[in-house]
Design a protein around this ligand. Sequence first.
Ligand code: ZN
Ligand code: ZN
Ligand code: FE
Length: 756
Amino acid sequence: MPTEEIIVRGVVQGVGFRPFVWRLAQRFGIDGEVSNRGDAVVIAASGEQAALEALVHALTAEAPPLAQVDSVSRELAAPFAGHGFAIAASAPGTVSVGVVADIATCPACLAEMRDPAARRHRYAFTNCTDCGPRFSIVEGLPYDRATTTMRGFAMCSDCRAEYDNPADRRFHAQPIACPACGPRLVLDGDDDPILAAAARLRHGRILAIKGIGGFHIACDATNEASVAELRARKCRPSKPLAVMVRDRAMLEALCEASEAEHAALGRPSAPIVLLRMREDAAIAPSVAPRQNRLGVMLPYTPLHHRLMEAMSRPLVMTSGNRSSEPQIFRDADAFSGLAGIVDDFLTHDRPIARRLDDSVVQVAAGRVQVMRRGRGLAPVPRDLPAGFANAPPVLALGGDLKSAVCLTLGGKALLSHHLGDLEEPATQDEFESAIADHAALFAHEPAAIAVDLHPGYRPSRFGAALAAERGLPMIAVQHHHAHIATAMAEHGWPLDAGKVIGIALDGLGLGEDGLIWGAEILLCDYRTSRRLAHIKPIPLAGGDAASREPWRVLLAHLDAALGPEALPADLFEGFPVATLRAMIARGINAPLASSAGRLFDAVAALLGLAPPQLGFEGEAAMALQAAAEAAPDGQPPYSFATEKAGDLLAIDPAPMWRAACADRMAGLAPALIARRFHEGVADVFAGLALSLAGQHGTRTVALSGGVFQNALLLEAVLRRLEGGGVDILVPEQVPANDGGLAFGQAAVAAARLLPG
Ligand code: ZN
Ligand code: ZN
Ligand code: FE
């Protein structure tokens, strides 16, 4: 009998791959052994030639749902002496073994839960090798029952038999459980907590519900009084709330969704997907006031499935926290922190090891774009591009907002889940514990620390202290260089492939000249970045306050573009214009910034689409996008002027402001003005990027920065670039906003540490 050594690479560990190989070996009559080695699965297979061919074919064709086979290599090996087929234990020291993302309930478990004859009928913690909690229950390595929060539940003999049987779909499923031995739901003593919860929700009550990565706050999304009450109690006036729907039919009553969007909803990661809301959506107005999009997810745990079946209505499922604090994931914190917000608690006794917010994605320009990486998407290591295989281990710390950290190890990068905004003290503690948590779980010892160029960011200060304490080099990476490197590294741009043109349209980031940047065209490789063009800076009077109060930015832009005499007086009634101008004239707390994000805010303010004080970051920009999306295609773009200043091009929005103000005076609908503005921004940036690509001898353009989460703008820029015949790199799996920053910082720092 021929014997082969077959090596399978990709996402093949912790996803039920070894028992899958065992089942194939039984089916094809193959002897041998399967084991994890390094980050691969290695099979010693002895059998008829035809059987070996069938095995190799099935490895890819029938791979488990969570596996991703990148390559299968085969080599003849010494004949196999034994009989039968064995699953070898994992060798210790294989860092990636078993730490995978949490997975939505699979169809087999769902069917079992619905089967009145099954042992797990209606059981809210049903899971198997293909589904269930993973990262949210892991406390240490190796990944084993004893190192998860399931260690307190002794398996019953039935579960033990399944767990030990390689032919069973629960073979070595660490969170295996059943009603006899597993976790239990609690709702102040009710015997069917789920039915009781559904009844209370239908009566308008607000519930805390313990999920996979934290507590949600839930209420009936069709009950306006409940939703308004939830907002008032949570101190969340306007930020849209996510909704859970039972199924496709319930979804279609609320939103329009393409097949790509349905597919995104149904992924094993079960993210929140941003969808276009129907005008006649049967939903309480307070769920997403003044929005044209709704964040929707499908049930992803057995508890959710049962609850949604019992409810038959969409549910608000927003993160369980007060205002902007991090989502609560411990029972004790929930009982104290959510006491004034919810009426009842639907909880359970399986502890959550770490907080994981729901992930958020959208489908834009035919691509799934991750906007927040959380539950279901972390921790998934990504291969770094060619040339990075020998990169030393780097710890990159990201930015102040949408914090996430990134580790590089062995040619891979591991971007953490969304940790939150570090302005919140509770998030700061979590940031530090996440660093320790990741170092321990992935056996990571950094050789260098990467941070943002802004020394005042909390991660930069933390990184400086850490580098000093451990005697490590610290590498500061310019904010927008890191954003562009994120797009390059995600799409496998090789280390030595040369330079790309990067369009960074972003909020704020410190530039190399000490000013604030945020609307730039850069010429980058991983090691270096040079600024070629930018929007002319304007003063942000009040510093951070300008980010919350778009009228401040509008005033600065209009003064710069039209001159103070031409200011449309009706726009600023009741605002302290003179004070602001005095601050700007004297340069008091009025740093210069070329931010695209603030430009969008200012245009929203011109059109009356921004409140005097934003209720949440992005509120004005989202309203502007929604308005523009309501306009018919074919709007003429507003023009921007470009001026050469040395080797830099300055993009002057003055002509755009003049045209927009004139259109506004003439009574043109805000939707049309908003659309002409979007088209104008796309025109000037895509046009310049194409001509600069030609001048600098590159044919690749990378797009990044938070403003590219505006799907309308992204599509408008892509259309123009595609017409210009360049290759385009757009962040998809790694967020284009600051949630992806650490990934780009890690790539830049690793490149600078490599010789070359
Ligand atoms: Zn399952
Ligand atoms: Zn059991
Ligand atoms: Fe940014």
